[in-house]
Design a protein around this ligand. Sequence first.
Ligand SMILES: *[C@@H]1O[C@H](CO)[C@@H](O)[C@H](O)[C@H]1NC(C)=O
Ligand SMILES: *[C@@H]1O[C@H](CO)[C@@H](O)[C@H](O)[C@H]1NC(C)=O
Length: 309
Amino acid sequence: MPALPGASSIFTWILYLVPLYIFVLSPLLRTIFPSERADGLLGDDDDYDDGQLVPALNTTDDSFISPEDDTPLNCPADEYRVHIFSRTPLVIYIENFLSDQEADHLVAVSEGKYVPSIVYDGVSERVDPSTRLSDRALLERDHVVRCLEERARSFQGWRPNLYIERMWAQRYNVSGHYRHHYDWTGSSRHADRVSTFMVYLNADCTGGGTNFPRLPKPKAPKWCRFIECDGEDEHSQHGGRTDRKQPKPEGVTFKPIKGNAIFWENLRPDGTGYPETWHAALPVESGTKVGLNIWSWYQPPVRRKKGRD
Ligand SMILES: *[C@@H]1O[C@H](CO)[C@@H](O)[C@H](O)[C@H]1NC(C)=O
Ligand SMILES: *[C@@H]1O[C@H](CO)[C@@H](O)[C@H](O)[C@H]1NC(C)=O
């Protein structure tokens, strides 16, 4: 009777085959047949499994994006100064991204055009003051706005297929805020907000910082010009006792400073979102803050599936 392989020699074979698969076969297969998309960390891509993408970004819809055209621009020279805050994700603090005159202009042209800000939950848009309490005004694409689009675009000059979303001024009164959220959806097969500039147009306020709970606070004291540092909480300097109702937020909080901006990348190279970009506009405690987001969309080149359409 031929001897069947013993249990121990089968075990030995498995011992050889498992690493062979993990280290050789599987990487080889992934190289030959790359998957179309890496799995999103948090984004829910179920809707796109049938190859029917969510409506692609309409790159000629000038009610939503700012298409480049042949309008001749004679923009002032850039006068901003950059400070690299983080490399992964890329976060850059930009001093004087806007001049005082530009910021004042955008605040002025927004007056009288504010409407309540909305939130989008993936299905519908609605006003929800517990999540977001502010007013917003769509900016006409005048010369200052076009120059700002151009500045934002050339700041990201390494990136092709970039579309700047129409800009809205965001006004926050006392208690105005925007709870922690992402600017991206993380569905890497269709257009998404690849980066954000958070620009402060007016900062006659206390509170109202931009908080990133998952970004570590830098230790170097030079950052205290731009971020809230321990022991300098100017709102609670009475007698050294902190009797504030709000707990101190985690992570790093950027102070609203007129003309300055925070730039960050929302997406990894594979199109999935960075969890570190979770951020909030903390409540304004006194005065008014006016902010401006500049969102850049990445529209992947259109790829048609064979046998569809
Ligand atoms: C894109 O937007 C333009 C301008 O609003 C519109 O005329 C066109 O029909 C849109 N295209 C698609 C595919 O929705
Ligand atoms: C903010 O203040 C302005 C001016 O008083 C007012 O018109 C607007 O409704 C306020 N917005 C919110 C969201 O409270």
